[in-house]
Write a protein that binds this ligand. Sequence first.
Ligand code: BES
Ligand code: MN
Ligand code: ZN
Length: 507
Amino acid sequence: MKFAVDRRDALAGSVDVAVSAFTERGEKDEPLPRLLVKEDEALDGLLTAAWKRREIKGRKAEITVFHRPDGRGRLLLVGLGAKATHDAEAVRRAAASAVKALKGRGARTIGFRLATFTGEGVPTETATRAIADGTLLGAYEFLRYRATAEAGVEEGTVFLGEEHGREEAALRRALDQELTLLDSVIWTRDLINLPADTATPERLAEEARHVAKEYGLKVTVFDEKKLEELHCGGILAVGSGSIHPPRMVIVEYGGGARSGKTVAVVGKGITFDSGGISIKPALAMQEMKFDKSGACVALGIVRAAAALKLPPKVIAVMACAENLPSGSSYRPGDVVRTYNGKTIEVLNTDAEGRVVLADALGYVVDKYHPDEVIDLATLTGAEVVALGDDTGALIATDEKLAKGLLSASAITGEPLWRMPLTDFHRELVKSDIADVRNHTELSVAGVLTASAFLETFVGKTAWAHLDIAGPSYTTPSTRKYQPPYQSIGATAFGLRAVTTYLRDGSP
Ligand code: BES
Ligand code: MN
Ligand code: ZN
């Protein structure tokens, strides 16, 4: 989609649909807000009439479309919800609601009147970025396997008008950065949405090679032979039941600052998680094609970091394998030796994410000595039970890193909730015959026992773990509770937050 800022007036009539926003009105019969007087003029007073009838209230996602009497297109009014909750997220959702409402309604070009989207705590730059987020992510659809698609909005413009025309240069710069970030989000969603027959571990490696070539990055792919040499017994065990062999993929971005820090971003890349011998029930098993979200998001992050020329060095590591039952699968009771020599007693082959991450974390810490490690993984069903489909779990052993990620996630509207890691959880993952076990006898604190397991392989390096099992994808049934810019399928959750953290650092 084309998207730009323009100094002209949104209501001058150069787009199919002009979009203006307003916050929720009170119970009293107050006059039309001053901010909407221009809209009312373009509508020859129709807006005032609708306002007096209390036809429009400004509730979240409330959409009203007027046809301009002068024939210069349509005017869409969208509600932002209560004034007290007017923030970037409200703007993101309003823009996405508008774009979704216009799908298939003959609107090729739309223009947002910026002055109506700003507010206390939502300055012009924040509003411009949020409008771009809502428009591009709200319009996103995975169309690869469809013969036909209904036409939607193809071109968006943020109109600055007389109120903000002087800020054009700064807003254009901010928008350019946001569009670069969104390009990686959309690219990553497309990759995650591919089904497991197509997105094999080798295909993910191939995508990483493409990214590396396009952005001039270093890429290393370990195939099953090399993984054997490196004693990566975890990733090999998990991948052993599939005809598609496992891969560990490393993409390195050298950083935009001469003496910047090095951040490793490690992702779980299970291209399909059937559970293996500890097989999952049939219900909703198709969702497990999204179990590669973490690895794809890690790749998307290094892609975005390179495109934005962010200061830190970034080492993205993708731990890719397919978890299937077969005569060659790993089994409950097996003990596997991982890269750093630590052993894992496998008690459940469906707790495979932590097993592939054991090798990836051990490797990156040993070889690169990163200042910080951030991993992303659709790791546990317990995360979905604990926090639902919109929030990721954050477990961190470093306060600064935790603060930085939380503040970035507040900026991007990808909610994270920090959970505590204690010795209780560490005790639970101790094994009778190996260094750790991948399943515990008590079914408690699944997010945290998984974290305690991972911590074993990170050691003392500053580390944050993002369990994104809930928010990494939406289904037709969860979709209606999600923000309107999360379309059905992959969300690439965490990509904007972690990239924003790489940009801003800790507060
Ligand atoms: N990929 C799943 C976790 C998951 C569940 C992600 C639902 C997204 C939605 C993971 O590999 C898994 O199967 N975890 C098990 C762990 C258990 C056996 C300790 C789980 O959560 O049930
Ligand atoms: Mn599993
Ligand atoms: Zn899994």
